[in-house]
Write a protein that binds this ligand. Sequence first.
Ligand code: F6R
Length: 243
Amino acid sequence: MRVINLKDKQSASEHVATEIVKLIISKPNLVLGLATGGTMINLYQYLVDLINANNLDLKDVVTFNLDEYVGLSSEDKRSYHEYMQERLFKYNDSWNDNNIHIPNGVGPNLQVEAFNYENQLEQCGPIDLQLLGIGENGHIGFNEPGTPFNSQTRVVNLTPSTIQANSKHFDDINDVPIQAVSMGLSSIMRANHIILLAFGENKINAVKRLLQGDVSPELPASILHQHKNVDVYVDDVIYNKLK
Ligand code: F6R
């Protein structure tokens, strides 16, 4: 696991966006694993600008998002479907809807849909590059503490701390979904290359535990120590606390 400090969120996001663009240029049918959340916002801004500046054709790029809230339809402003539209997909017409995969959060049998999502991932994969944020409790995707390392895409319960952290995107904490459909830890680990981004005060503890603690389901992100190709991008705020 490599730890890379590029000073701040902006520089790290620009760097990773540039890497993604280079990958798309060298492999137009890149399979890209995408994350949402506050951490990714700058990265997607840079990515949109670079995609358009380089006139990239994205029709063969395949994307898989990590997760979606249970109970929010794809049109719901607070869903991750909408997040991806608003932050990335709507800015370039060459994205191919058939190649964009985001778990469905609404339907009578989400377990079956999750199972099918995992199968699609198997068929289209492996993911060339998986982007990850990290929760304050060490989750990746919505794989909360205690998640088995062999987990696959499924419906998960969110912990009170995750519900609290997510409440900043909702008017009322009672509106925050308590479940999500999330790729599992083993789904994530099949990616060829993983980039985890973590910035700011709130993530110091999780990153410290990741880099200095045990490999254990109690810190789901610690599974990444068992992967050969992981880059962790942090900012000065976190890096200075690691010494
Ligand atoms: C989002 C996801 C989550 C977030 C994590 C950090 O798709 O899978 O693991 O990456 O909760 O969220 P932010 O970036 O909002 O701090």
